[in-house]
Structures are given as structure tokens and as C-alpha cells.
Design a binder for this molecule. Structure first.
Ligand code: AMP
Length: 326
């Protein structure tokens, strides 16, 4: 699938001696794993090339995967190929200099509402960006090299973005490509321990926050992690954002959300659904993402209520016209 554009991307990679890889802001396991995995594959295969990871933010909970490179002067970019991974729109690219390169490539698995790049490979039905990078490796395995380090980065993204291989975007191909990585060598016990372990203080926050999950009339579950709650429990941005998981498994609640106060006064929305799509709601509120997992940005509590009313109406209509959900 998409062999032509993949071949064009590999040809571009071969053409350039300097490659700068970037990703989206507020990074998750998929974009960190994907950028680091691609870098490791390219460094192994082309030791003579300069490959850099340049971004402007990081996520503390992924520090176990290691760091990235520092930003360069503008001039450094002029003979570089820039590859941006896992980022649907340019406003979410974590490297403000992404456009200074000689050419730009987009590789992504989000719905392509705002295309960019001289070359673009987007497959929005893939369970993760990392799955695409493994597929890229698999397509050209006679030309590319991989090792345990690269496999671990990529497996991290596959595991995290697919909800531990639970989401319905997981296909036979997903598991075959994950199997390829396990064959190369991934310490899954080490990886899952790093992903799963939490501080005792976080457990205390979780116990409190579970009691703060609320339901709309027709069953949209939500939690609002406002500034006061964040201060009371000393939460990092990631800790606060992880609260979306607390609203996930309520019976009859097919749409769930977390609202998180940002430092700049805006409100981050993390929206999820099962059986029905919710990305139209995310897109309506200045966001986007996947059909059943998307984000948005709000600017007032009134907007929280308005978004919830929209989600509630959608859920009501779905329940009235469908059977078999739980
Ligand atoms: P999150 O809740 O941040 O994990 O986001 C779920 C998915 O939606 C991820 O794939 C994000 O990259 C994407 N996403 C989140 N926020 C936005 C946004 N404001 N615009 C576009 N995509 C988003």
C-alpha cells in the first residue's frame, strides 16, 4: 500500500546528507517513539548522514526513552530535509523552524484536514504513526537496517497509541508489524514497567479524581481538572491530562472527555468515544485527531458546557437509533 510515495520518501532520504526530524507538540509515546525509531533506523543504515531530532518541548513521563537534539541556527536548515511525523497540521509542529529546510515531508496517521509538505504520506486508518514507520522499514527491509533500540522506540509508539493493542484501528497488519519488532528484540517487561508505574502521590490524586467524574443526562462522562485541582495535587501537565482515563469505562457512556486548564488560560479537551465517532465535535471546537480519539481547545467554562451539550445530543441520538452498545 502506498508503495510509490514510500519509495519517493526513501529516495529523498538517500538524496540528503542532513535530515532533521520533528513531531507534534505535547509529545506522546507514538511521536517520540516514531521520531527516535526513524532516526535510529537511518543512522544504522546511513552512518555517513547527519540525522537530528529537533523539537521545542518534551513530556516528562517519556524521559526513559532519552532526549533529543538542541535547536540550530536558521542557516543550518538550508540544505536539510525536514521530516515531520505524527502531526496533522503545521500549527502543532513542535519545531518552529520546520519550514526552513530545503524540502519538507509529512508522515502521519491523523485525518488529513490540513495537508502540508512537498511529499506527504498519510494513512489515517493506521493504529499508530509507529506502525507506518515499521511498515516503511518492512517495505524496504533489503535496504534498511534495524536493531533492538529502534525496535523498542517503535514498539513503544505502537503499544501506547493503540491503547495496548485494544483500539479498533488495530488490524492483522498491526500485530504482524509489532511481531516483527519483537523478533528484533524488545524488553517488554522493562517497557511496560516504565509506562505503567506511578508515584504514590498520583494514586492519591486518582482516588480523589475518580469521585469528580460526572455524567451528562444521556451519559457523556467527563472530568474537569481545573487549576485549583492541579495546584492542590501538584500535578504536572501530563498528570492532569491523564485524567481522561478515569472517565473511560462507565457503562452507557460511549463518549467521555477530560477538560484540563492550561497555564495560558485556555482549556485543553481530550475527547474519546466507542462505537460512534467524536472527531466532528473536536473539529468544531478548534481541534481534530482521530475518529474516536481527538482533542480541542476551549476558552471558557461556558464553552465546556456547550461542547458537553453537543456531545450529549450526539450520544442521545446514537442510543435512540442503535442497539447492542453497552
Ligand atoms: P490527545 O487527547 O491529546 O491524546 O489527542 C488525541 C488525538 O487527537 C491525538 O492523535 C492528537 O494528536 C490529536 N489532537 C489532539 N488535539 C488536537 C488538536 N487541537 N488539533 C488536532 N489534533 C489534535
Amino acid at each position: 500500500m502506498n508503495t510509490k510515495v514510500k519509495r519517493q520518501i526513501l529516495d529523498k532520504i538517500k538524496e540528503y546528507n542532513k535530515i532533521i526530524i520533528s513531531r507534534h507538540i505535547r509529545p506522546d509515546g507514538d511521536c517520540i517513539g516514531g521520531t527516535k525509531g526513524l532516526k535510529a533506523i537511518l543512522e544504522l543504515t546511513y552512518p555517513e548522514k547527519e540525522i537530528y531530532l529537533v523539537n521545542s518541548d518534551y513530556s516528562e513521563y517519556l524521559a526513559f526513552l532519552g532526549g533529543e537534539d538542541s535547536q540550530f541556527e536558521d542557516d543550518f536548515y538550508k540544505d536539510a530535509l525536514v521530516i515531520v511525523l505524527d502531526t496533522a497540521s503545521t500549527d502543532r509542529i513542535s519545531n518552529p523552524k520546520y519550514n526552513l529546510g530545503k524540502e519538507l515531508i509529512k508522515i502521519d496517521h491523523h485525518i488529513d484536514i490540513k495537508p502540508y509538505g512537498d511529499l506527504s504520506w498519510v494513512e489515517n486508518l493506521r493504529s499508530s504513526l509507529c506502525e507506518m514507520i515499521v511498515d516503511f522499514y518492512d517495505t524496504f527491509k533489503d535496504e534498511l537496517k534495524i536493531n533492538g533500540e529502534a525496535a523498542t522506540y517503535l514498539y513503544t509508539g505502537m503499544v501506547t497509541d493503540s491503547g495496548r493493542f485494544r483500539h479498533n484501528s488495530v488490524t492483522g497488519a498491526t500485530l504482524r508489524l509489532a511481531g516483527l519488532l519483537l523478533d528484533v528484540g524488545v524488553d517488554t517487561e522493562w517497557l511496560h514497567a516504565n509506562l505503567k508505574m506511578e508515584d504514590y502521590d498520583y494514586l492519591v490524586f486518582k482516588a480523589y479524581a475518580l469521585g469528580q467524574v460526572k455524567l451528562t443526562e444521556n451519559g457523556v462522562a467527563y472530568i474537569y481538572v481545573d487549576k485549583a485541582m492541579q495546584e492542590r495535587f501538584g500535578l504536572s501537565r501530563e498528570d492532569a491530562s491523564a485524567a481522561v482515563a478515569f472517565a473511560e469505562n462507565v457503562k452507557g457512556s460511549l463518549i467521555w472527555a477530560a477538560f484540563i486548564d492550561n497555564a495560558d488560560g485556555s482549556i485543553r479537551v481530550r475527547l474519546r468515544s466507542r462505537f460512534l465517532h467524536c472527531n466532528d465535535i473536536g473539529e468544531h471546537w478548534r481541534g481534530g485527531g482521530h475518529e474516536c480519539a481527538c482533542g480541542a481547545t476551549l476558552y471558557s467554562v461556558d464553552e465546556i458546557h456547550a461542547l458537553l451539550a453537543e456531545a450529549d445530543a450526539k450520544l442521545k441520538a446514537y442510543k435512540e437509533t442503535h442497539e447492542g452498545w453497552l
